[in-house]
Design a protein around this ligand. Structure first.
Ligand code: NAP
Length: 297
């Protein structure tokens, strides 16, 4: 029998890693997964990273660790770069020296959103804010440090776990009579559950197709459209009003249109990607099931 593949998942306390843990339960026999939280492995600590990789000899590292506070990053550039650039570089070094493939998650925020067409992988990155800039620097460090990498840029991640727009809208929609959400930023909501399945598929495929890929769900939405669908699907009645970004100022500027072209990942890994609305129904049902099964106080 073939040895199970050894896979390290960093940032294990976060949203995507938590979803991965749940998705991977069925794949347990073919994968030997290690989930490391920021306490178990601080990716900014190079000696710790090198020691960890040397000891364990992983086949794959899925990097879910990141500094993800888009607005806070504007006044915390040093920390954002330390985690998103230096941390990514450290992992790339650990991977390179130990024959490990690095699967790294990046973001649509590397683009400025002014192109007006879906972005392909070779389009020029031009981040608007510190978060996007730090993630782009992380990509560059990986590409410079190792040949064995898969960088996946994704957008608007949400899931039944952790903190995200989907869960915030469910909370506010039930608490408030009226809500205003921006309609002049478009992109694609992405189910972290779908992305996690793709990550496991890539590990399972043992592909040598290293490079940068774009992955989101299919379709396009504004944040207003996304909120409206969340309320409709979950039977929430709230007076939802579309507003312009300029009427909801935030410290970090966001791309106005960051739709990702997914042809490359679909062809390379033979993927069929669900429409965002279809996945939203699925994640909404999952959250309801989780609530129903949770022990009552
Ligand atoms: N969320 C989105 O909408 C979105 C969109 C596009 C791309 N992405 C990318 O997708 C990936 C996963 O995002 P997510 O939503 O799962 O983020 P998340 O929930 O914020 O999780 C990030 C995790 O990284 C950990 N971390 C931070 N600094 C670390 C360090 N120095 N060493 C080790 N771990 C560290 C955090 O741990 P602590 O909490 O203990 O600090 C946290 O558990 C990220 O690369 C993000 O940039 C996210």
């Amino acid at each position: 029998m073939k040895e199970p593949k050894k896979v390290l998942v960093t940032g294990a306390g976060g949203q995507l890693a938590t979803v991965l843990k749940h998705c991977a339960t069925g794949a347990a026999s073919t994968l030997d997964l290690t989930f490391a939280t920021s306490r178990d492995l601080d990716i900014t600590d190079l000696p710790a990273v090198m020691g960890h990789f040397k000891k364990a000899q992983y086949d794959y590292c899925i990097n879910c660790a990141a500094y993800t506070h888009v607005d806070k990053a504007e006044e915390d550039e040093e920390r954002a770069l330390m985690i998103n650039e230096k941390g990514a570089q450290n992992l790339a070094k650990g991977c390179h020296e130990n024959g490990t493939v690095l699967i790294h998650i990046s973001t649509d925020f590397v683009f400025d959103g002014k192109q007006g067409l879906p972005y392909v992988e070779t389009d020029r990155a031009k981040p608007l804010g510190v978060y996007g800039f730090s993630k782009f620097k992380g990509e560059q460090q990986i590409v410079r440090t190792t040949d064995r990498y898969v960088i996946i840029r994704t957008s608007w991640l949400y899931s039944a776990y952790g903190h995200n727009f989907f869960k915030s809208m469910l909370k506010y929609g039930r608490e408030r009579d009226q809500l205003s959400v921006v309609f002049d930023q478009v992109g694609t909501p992405t189910s972290a559950h779908d992305l996690a399945e793709v990550l496991l598929k890539i590990v399972g495929a043992d592909s040598i197709a290293h490079g940068i890929y774009h992955y989101s769900n299919e379709g396009v939405a504004s944040w207003y459209d996304f909120a409206k669908a969340i309320f409709d699907i979950n039977g929430i009645t709230v007076d939802l009003r579309p507003i312009r970004s300029k009427d909801y100022p935030l410290p970090a500027e966001r791309p106005a249109s960051s739709v990702l072209d997914k042809e490359k990942i679909k062809k390379t890994f033979n993927l069929q990607i669900p429409h965002w609305r279809e996945s939203l129904v699925h994640v909404s049902h999952l959250l309801e099931t989780m609530k129903a099964e949770a022990p009552q106080p």
